[in-house]
Design a protein around this ligand. Sequence first.
Ligand code: NAD
Length: 472
Amino acid sequence: MDFTSDFTMTIGGKPVAGATTMSVLNPATEQVIAEAPDCSRAQLDEAVAAARAAFPAWKATPFEKRRDYLNAVSARIFENLEGLKRLLTLEQGKPIGEAEFEVGAAGMFVQGTASLRMPESVNEDSAERRSITRHVPIGVVGAISPWNFPVVLAFFKVGPALLAGNTVVLKPSPFTPLTTLKIGEMLRDVLPPGVLNIVSGGDALGPWMTSHPGIDKVSFTGSTQTGRKVMESASASLKRVTLELGGNDAAIVLPDVDVATLAPNLFWAAFANNGQICIASKRMYIHKDVYEPLRDAIVDYAKTVKVGDGAEQGTQIGPVQNKQQYRRVLDLIEDSKKQGHKFLLGGEAMDGPGYFVPVTILDNPPEDSRIVQEEQFGPVLPLLKVEDIDEAVAKANASEYGLGGSVWSGDPDKALAVGERLETGTVWINETQHLSPLAPFAGHKQSGVGVENGVDGLLEYTNVQTVVVRKA
Ligand code: NAD
């Protein structure tokens, strides 16, 4: 397969060129790397019609058989890991090792999803009647993915949606459509036509999908701001929605930690994927007894990390993915400068080309500053000194977000007692960002509606059906 050109949409199992095209840039060079199709409204209608046409047969396909299809999807992704990871680095910017991890994770999540069972419960089994509740597919799912993990986050949706018996129209972000389009191409002979359709396009395409009368459910991952628009648009036809949105995860550090071991772990909790992770640690509340040594150890470690083009050997952090986000991150840095916050590292844009921002660490900025309160989604981290752990928990919870959080301590039980007080969908103890196809992942508060992964995630792609049989 050619991973460098001929990017087409997949509609009804066939390649479809865009009515027009849109340019996709490499964020490390700002050079155009390819033209991607810009889906027209008529083409979206075709994709939805193809998904609707494929739905009855797919729904009627036995669950075990759909599971085999998922395993075949996973195998095809793994077979093409080499080409896909290079393409992902080119369009997304992340280092090649991280791109390999992401594509592999997509394969692994689809495989893990295939091992889930659909629950069925018996409500009554008496002499008069038998009442059971089962879960039936919804119909056509519109899946919308973001640019930070374009591949794995798309397959968080595609795997369970298909396993549950739905058909899908998937739309990647216009910043990172290429790897997803190629996966669509390689799955054309794996899945029946129309079961998985992939369309790419500009800013109009998402709203067309969320308001499309032929789409029954929207599964969206992206910012909280866009999530609100998606929910509003979907409400017109009462589409089911799953929204995985933004976060401002806190890491809480107890005074009994081993500073030398912890510093690199905390660094990557914040800076992996250049900080562009919904569940990155975006503010760190460190107990005063260990604040100075840990701060210095994190900064010393940060100085050893190489920022550069993700395609180059040795790069550990790539560019910010797109110009819009690059400007947003620089704006937050500018604000901190204006407020007179103390910078321990970074703080200046790097020479172009490319959307490079150096690793930037701030020393105890005020709690009400933008860099603490807002989701930075980039390589800027505020370290915050707290008097005690109650203060840390109160500050961690005083957020509109509730995605994840972590607690770090030499004593896991002590950390767990703190973690249980966090108002977030996931709590990690002495690690962070570990996700599994078997474990539900959900956002509290403004971080989302609904669940992905695990049986709870699978059930999001179903309607409940209770069947009551009167016995003779
Ligand atoms: P975004 O909201 O700008 O875009 C996400 C997707 O929605 C893209 O495909 C975009 O084209 C599409 N879109 C934009 N406007 C739309 C509209 N009005 N209707 C329908 N679709 C529309 O988000 P982003 O900048 O791509 O991603 C970054 C954000 O995503 C961050 O806030 C991050 O925390 C969040 N995120 C959340 C999770 C999670 O699982 N909770 C995971 C990754 C990223």
